[in-house]
Design a protein around this ligand. Structure first.
Ligand code: 7RM
Length: 627
């Protein structure tokens, strides 16, 4: 379907064919960036260590700013900022360049040296992006810690990175309330005893304690510095940033990304996948604390000279139409969000969309989880008005860039499938032995050839890098930790994390499969399933379900939903227990934390909740499962 509709997109050449010669393709893409010195080799691959464009000299901040100042993009809007309280501000490329240069000088004055990790713990405000680009400018890797994380989580990350400088804000706006970022930062700083200087942006006007000689106001420092700061000539393989991501153990992994390959990967994918045109208003709703914020809010789009919208708040404040109000106000053309947000919009109903003009939209995207076909259809119909292709983009913190995705204008769109590997990448679905699986068979997602934006290591933990990603197939292929199937057209259907597989009486059932069946039921908004230890079956399925607005909870409905799953998948997938709940425990990036649901179902002590967005969801659930 939708091949017709996608025809309006500009794609004269067959990019898949063109990219068959992978290294030639990536070399051509790299050449569209500005380099101080050209690379010696495109790829040096000593599994599992890759060097891309080795010998090349480049700066990410220069590529996101300076090179746009030469022509008409100088006065083009780079950032449109919409604050939660409704304030807004824009920066042209030239203005953003000024601010970044000034802040780079501030960092230098504070003694930050090339190679030193700077931690950024900020709300979604322009200064956060300015700080990232300023770090990149002087060659100091940044470690952005999501502003919703606790002081403990922040302290862990500061410690692991050995960071001596922290950039934060007095507070963050969140649903009309203020989150005390500086207070949290202070606790983390005390706890680690590592941080020597902090820079504080005044955002909320909250009263905060400033320690003489340690804490500095951003606006004070910015007054005293020149606007001129040449970009440091970095090696292509110098670290651009570290981003912590949770693994199977409690200790987060610092995923290391370098400069030249990363920038090549994110700019190329951003340009082709979002069909970027000069006049687009591009909005990615991800927070800068996540990889999507790094790759597709900051580095990809700015390297491409796009106009990027940055929104500080949540979709439901002050009203549930806030996103659509923003689309209408700024005439957003490209909108990139997560399935969890889409399912929430579905739950809220269509009235909020209907009262806003969404006719500027021309392309939609999703990322973060498998999108169930029903949510896809809803997005297509009610947001895109059946005019906008949807790009369902599969990738990870570790891949740095989108790896499996449709291309508008070329690909057939299939609700629920992220379709095909991006040109110039080799993604496969393999069995344990490393052989490709047959059509319809479940296997593991593998990346069989290095790609430019791939992670280079786990910060300070080489062993973990090898064990986690390269031990599955003897160091040959990258192990993504996801399971997937291919259909008859060779299109990818991601099932979910491998750790989300339930084994009922020897039958492997993906939680995602059951969840997908559940959300097809008209009463269901969202669902999460886990495997609960069972004496006979090994594991039994427990389902947690939130209902759509206006649907009442009842025993009859519980029975109906169980039968619905049995009808959709088979009796084997019928949950033993099904709870109707108002909320599910999620991370701040919207991923359901099944581990916590498992603790609840098993009736054991709740594990690590530092990644949980809202703890009230848990309390309600515990009450339910006890009854
Ligand atoms: C970008 C991001 C990575 C995990 C990944 C998958 C899941 C992401 C999709 C998806 C199905 C998608 N980075 N995932 N995108 N599953 N379809 N389009 O989310 O490191 O935070 O998460 O997210 O399980 O392994 S991440």
């Amino acid at each position: 379907m939708n091949r017709e509709l996608a025809k309006s997109f500009n794609t004269e050449k067959d990019i898949y064919q063109e990219a068959e010669e992978r290294l030639v393709f990536w070399e051509q893409q790299a050449a569209s960036l500005d380099w101080f010195k050209k690379w010696d080799t495109v790829l040096e691959w000593n599994p599992p260590y890759a060097k891309w464009f080795n010998g090349g000299k480049i700066n990410a901040s220069y590529n996101c700013l300076d090179r746009h100042l030469k022509g008409t993009r100088k006065d083009k809007v780079a950032l449109i900022f919409e604050g939660e309280p409704g304030d807004s501000i824009t920066y042209t490329y030239s203005e953003l360049h000024n601010e970044v240069c000034k802040f780079a000088n501030v960092l230098k004055d504070l003694g930050v040296k090339k190679g030193e990790v700077v931690t950024i713990y900020m709300p979604m405000i322009p200064e956060a992006i300015i700080a990232m680009l300023a770090c990149a400018r002087i060659g100091a890797p940044h470690s952005v810690v999501f502003g919703g994380f606790s002081s403990m989580a922040l302290a862990d990350r500061i410690r692991d990175a050995g960071s001596k400088i922290l950039i934060t804000a007095d507070g963050a706006h969140r649903r009309g309330k203020i989150i005390p970022l500086k207070n949290n930062a202070d606790l983390a700083v005390q706890d680690t005893g590592l941080v020597e200087k902090t820079v504080v942006v005044k955002r909320t006007g909250t009263e905060v304690a400033m320690i003489e000689g340690r804490d500095y106001w951003y606006h004070d420092l910015m007054k005293k510095v020149p606007t001129d700061c040449p970009a440091e000539e970095m090696d292509a393989e110098d670290i651009l940033f570290i981003l912590y991501t949770s693994g199977t153990t409690g200790k987060p992994k610092g995923v290391v990304h370098t400069t030249g390959g990363y920038l090549t990967g994110v700019s190329t994918t951003h340009k082709y996948i979002f069909d970027l045109q000069e006049e687009d208003i591009y909005w990615c709703t991800a927070d800068i604390g996540w990889i999507t914020g790094h790759s597709y809010l900051v580095y990809g789009p700015l390297a491409n000279g796009a106009t990027v919208l940055v929104y500080e708040g949540t979709p439901d404040y002050p009203e549930k139409d806030r996103y659509w109000e923003i689309v209408e106000k700024y005439k957003v053309t490209i909108f990139y969000t997560a399935p969890t947000a889409i399912r929430m919009f579905m739950k809220w109903g269509t009235t909020y969309l209907e009262q806003r003009d969404l006719s500027s939209l021309r392309l939609l995207g999703t990322v973060g989880e498998p999108i169930n076909p029903e949510a896809w259809q809803w997005y297509f119909k009610h947001v895109g008005k059946e005019r906008c292709p949807i790009v369902d983009t599969w990738w990870q913190t570790e891949t740095g860039m989108i790896m499996v995705t449709p291309l508008p204008g070329i690909s057939e769109l299939k609700p629920g499938s992220c379709t095909l590997p991006f040109p110039g990448t080799k993604v496969e679905i393999l069995n344990r032995a490393g052989d490709p699986v047959q059509e319809g068979e479940v296997g593991y997602v593998a990346i069989t050839e290095p790609w430019p934006a791939m992670l280079r290591n786990v910060y300070g933990d080489d062993k973990r890098y090898k064990d986690t990603y390269w031990s599955q197939w003897d160091g040959k292929y990258y192990y993504a930790g996801d399971s997937a199937k291919k259909d008859k057209d060779g299109h990818f259907w991601i099932i979910g994390r491998v750790d989300d597989v339930i084994n009922v009486s020897g039958h492997r059932i993906g939680t995602a499969e059951i969840e997908s069946a559940l959300v097809e039921h008209p009463a269901v908004a969202e669902a999460a399933c886990i495997g609960k230890t069972h004496q006979l079956k090994g594991q039994a399925i427990t389902a947690f379900v939130t209902l759509r607005e206006g649907i009442l909870k009842s025993e009859e409905l519980i029975i109906e939903l169980k039968n619905h799953i049995a009808a959709k998948i088979g009796a084997i997938a019928k949950p033993d227990e099904l709870y109707l709940t108002d909320e599910l425990p999620k991370t701040r990036s919207g991923k359901i934390i099944r581990r916590l649901l498992k603790d609840i179902a098993e009736g054991r002590a709740i594990g690590d909740t530092t990644t949980l967005a809202d703890s009230s969801a848990l309390e309600a659930l515990q009450g339910l499962a006890k009854n």
